[in-house]
Design a protein around this ligand. Structure first.
Ligand SMILES: NC(=O)c1ccc[n+]([C@@H]2O[C@H](COP(=O)([O-])OP(=O)(O)OC[C@H]3O[C@@H](n4cnc5c(N)ncnc54)[C@H](OP(=O)(O)O)[C@@H]3O)[C@@H](O)[C@H]2O)c1
Length: 342
């Protein structure tokens, strides 16, 4: 099948990378429609060396689309998800609107591609901090069951969108030129030369929504509701790639050599074998892989390890994962299934 593909949010940070990754991977399509808000109507974006005019996301512009990638905010996903489903297409949603919906698979193809079999017209991709973490955990749980996970994140500003990258750049430029920091628009505090130990709003239990997303999404993807999990999510003045320091406790012996062997064969993951070799956000940028480094024993528990994990949040954290889901849906003939219950 050569699908008609539409991208809602084509002008955004994820949309930009989506267009590059789709061209690199020669994503099968017979037509590509680039959609955004009314503000972008008539703009031109390049796809694989060819200009395409951007149009407003409307019902008419979605008519006949087989696969719709949505990378805007939750209200946009909620507006168009039911419409795409009703028109018989499938929406692959980058946002958080449907991730925890029990009728919506939340998928990292290397882990739970089989969950695509029960989609009903909407598939979600995880938060950009969840994806690399679950890839490492999925490999490790082949050695011993997971008991408890704690993580601290160091998240790039591109995770907030294109406007946040502009804000960091403007602040860095102002500091370099000895000027006052321009008025804040995206974050509530200066991000350059600073770290913000709050990502997203606070929830009722004093965790932030980002921290709860990591916990809930990890449990859903791994099909392990009883996994003990706590995270602290932090925004850092880095443009691209999210990093995480992760502690994992196992429910039984997990020999280091067996863990390394499991990580080595995990598709999409690169293990840096030498525990004294580091990998930084800049080194992970523009790669589709999740990198695991500094793997070492956690001596504070009976069976546990600590590691560092870095991933390009706009690639495997967003666009690449979404495109891999489309490839998997096409491979399994799950786009426009006639018997699909909707
Ligand atoms: N950045 C990441 O690392 C990352 C990772 C995973 C998931 N996500 C998710 O991906 C989504 C997009 O993130 P982003 O970083 O690309 O944000 P962004 O740079 O702010 O881009 C937002 C996009 O949404 C479009 N949009 C806004 N309102 C719209 C409307 N009413 N109808 C149609 N399109 C509309 C914008 O179009 P205009 O240009 O016309 O305003 C723009 O193309 C978010 O849900 C985010 O949570 C992001």
């Amino acid at each position: 099948m050569e699908p008609v593909i539409a991208v809602i949010g084509a002008t955004g940070a994820v949309g930009d990378v989506f267009l590059r990754v789709a061209a690199e991977r020669h994503l099968k399509m017979k037509e590509l429609r680039l959609l955004a808000s009314a503000r972008s109507e008539g703009k031109t974006l390049m796809y694989d060396g060819k200009p395409i005019t951007v149009h407003e996301a409307t019902r008419a512009n979605l008519e006949g689309a087989d696969i719709v990638f949505c990378s805007a905010d939750s209200s946009v996903s909620k507006q168009w998800g039911p419409v795409v489903r009703e028109m018989g297409g499938v929406m692959i949603d980058d946002g958080s609107a449907y991730r925890m919906d029990k009728n919506v698979p939340l998928v990292v193809p290397e882990i739970n591609g089989d969950d695509l079999e029960w989609h009903e017209g909407i598939v979600s991709i995880p938060n950009c901090t969840t994806t690399p973490l679950v890839m490492a955990l999925h490999a490790m749980r082949t050695v011993a069951p997971l008991k408890r996970v704690t993580a601290a994140t160091y998240q790039a500003v591109s995770g907030t969108g294109a406007a946040a990258v502009r804000e960091l750049n403007a602040q860095v430029e102002a500091i370099g030129a000895g000027r006052a920091i321009p008025p804040l628009e995206v974050y509530s505090q200066q991000i350059a030369m600073n770290v913000l130990p709050q990502v997203d709003d606070f929830a009722d239990d004093d965790y932030t929504k980002e921290e709860l997303k990591m916990r809930n999404e990890t449990r859903k993807i791994l099909h392990q509701e009883d996994l003990k999990f706590a995270a602290t999510c932090v925004r850092v003045p880095v443009a691209l790639s999210h990093s995480e320091a992760v502690h994992v406790e196992f429910d039984g012996p997990a020999p280091m050599e067996a863990l390394k062997a499991a990580l080595r064969v995990m598709p999409g993951l690169v293990l840096i074998e030498d525990p004294t070799q580091v990998v930084t956000p800049l080194q992970a940028a523009n790669s589709d892989d999740a990198f695991v480094a500094r793997l070492r024993v956690d001596p504070t528990v009976d069976h546990g390890v600590v590691f560092w994990c870095v991933t390009d949040n706009l690639r495997k954290g967003a666009a690449t994962n979404a495109i891999q889901i489309a490839e998997e849906l096409l491979r399994r003939n799950l786009v426009r299934r006639p018997a699909l219950k909707r």
